[in-house]
Design a protein around this ligand. Structure first.
Ligand code: PAD
Ligand code: ZN
Ligand code: ZN
Length: 375
């Protein structure tokens, strides 16, 4: 029996308030309005950005339906949708590509003005498609994938190869693309260069892979959890450094390791202001580039010696790896299918959706890289 045009009752994991486990409940998912798409989610990864909302570091309106790294199948479409049809395999896009704003019209940049990084948590028309116990739920970055069904705007979804394994390519919806793109798209790492990657979670390890693919000759992986080092080496790190093993600041350690020159490219893939500054100070004082990938804690401020920038360093940020999402995600899926990169080592755990809170505990305790939840 077709569910098109009807409210769907299904299971979802709700964040009612910060610092509490997610609550598995039945929700109602309204049919898609014009230019919206309802998706049956089949696999979703757990990313640190979801956890930043739960911890309160990334301020979002509550209650909220988190999750943004997923893959699924279109269940139904609203009026006027032509980019996808029921049955298509798709990836929701936490960074939309409207095709109309200044950035979408430009060949440069990827931060479509329709993005919801500031956390409105509603569809573009200002309403929600989710309710639970009579209360409207906010969406997360226009996606919300910790649910059996979600509704997204047509600018926030893209069709992918029908043969793609959804329980793997869901990582292309965030972690892999973000980390890999920070190296190949945002920094445009050059062959033979020296890179340092701070933070070796799913995103940072993807940055390591991007540095390797770009031909970096040295990739120094930095983490305070040394259990991350074997996988970092397997994916391309040439050396691994634990800041806790040294008395001096990590930027000085990296200068020592590079004969006083600093690295050509550094990446902060943690989400802490201290490590953002350390990463900046670790790159060459004149031609070094440092990229912020970790989500900065809401309302945080940085106090930086301007001399670090005066001498010529470049400091930039990277959302979704600098990729224009709709254009790039299908290509990245094709590249995965063509074995141009691998995702399997990043997926350390696969759990049924019901065990979502265990997945978060694995991330919080540093035991997992990516947990993929299946439905
Ligand atoms: P993760 O928690 O799996 O990995 C973070 C890693 O950093 C862990 O291995 C930690 O041990 C390590 N770490 C923590 N503190 C330090 C420290 N002081 N020095 C060195 N290492 C440390 O997270 P993730 O890989 O899922 O995400 C990483 C960040 O990227 C996080 O802030 C997330 O919110 C952000 C992100 N940004 C985007 C984007 O578009 N820019 C997208 C997705 C995720
Ligand atoms: Zn993410
Ligand atoms: Zn746009």
């Amino acid at each position: 029996m077709s569910t098109a045009g009807k409210v769907i009752k299904c299971k979802a994991a709700i964040a009612w308030e910060i610092k509490k486990p997610l609550s598995l409940e039945q929700i109602e998912v309204a049919p898609p309005k014009a230019h919206e798409v309802r998706i049956k989610i089949l696999a979703t990864g757990i990313c640190r950005s979801d956890d930043h909302v739960i911890s309160g570091a990334f301020a979002m309106p509550m209650p909220i339906l988190l999750g943004h790294e997923a893959a699924g199948v279109v269940e139904s479409v609203g009026e006027g949708v032509t980019c996808v049809k029921p049955g298509d395999k798709v990836i929701p896009l936490f960074l939309p590509q409207c095709g109309k704003c200044k950035i979408c019209r430009s060949t440069r940049g990827n931060l479509c003005s329709e993005n919801d990084l500031c956390g409105k948590g509603l569809m573009p028309d200002g309403t929600s498609r989710f309710t639970c116990k009579g209360k409207a739920l906010h969406n997360f970055l226009g996606t919300s994938t910790f649910t059996e069904y979600t509704v997204v705007h047509e600018t926030s979804v893209v069709k992918i190869d029908a043969a793609a394994p959804l329980e793997k390519v869901c990582l292309i919806g965030c972690g892999f693309s973000t980390g890999y793109g920070a190296a190949v798209e945002t920094a445009k790492v050059e062959p033979g260069s020296t890179c340092a990657v701070f933070g070796l979670g799913g995103v940072g390890l993807s940055t390591v892979m991007g540095c390797k693919a770009a031909g970096a000759s040295r990739i120094i992986a930095v983490d305070i959890n040394k259990s991350k080092f074997p996988l970092a080496k397997q994916l391309g790190a040439t050396e691994c450094v634990n800041p806790l093993d040294f008395q001096k600041p990590i930027n000085e350690v990296l200068f020592d390791l590079t004969s006083g020159e600093g690295v050509d490219y550094s990446f902060e893939v943690i989400g802490r202001t201290e490590t953002m500054t350390s990463a900046l100070a670790s790159c060459n004082n004149n031609i070094g580039t440092s990229v912020i990938v970790g989500v900065p804690p809401s309302a945080s401020q940085m106090n930086v010696d301007p001399m670090l920038l005066f001498t010529g360093r470049t400091w930039k940020g990277s959302v979704f790896g600098g990729w224009k999402s709709k254009d790039s995600v299908p290509k990245l899926v094709s590249d995965f299918m063509g074995k141009k990169f691998i995702l399997d080592p990043l997926i350390t755990h696969t759990l049924p959706f019901d065990q979502i809170n265990e997945g978060f505990e694995l991330l919080q305790s540093g035991k997992s890289i990516r947990t993929v939840l299946t439905f």
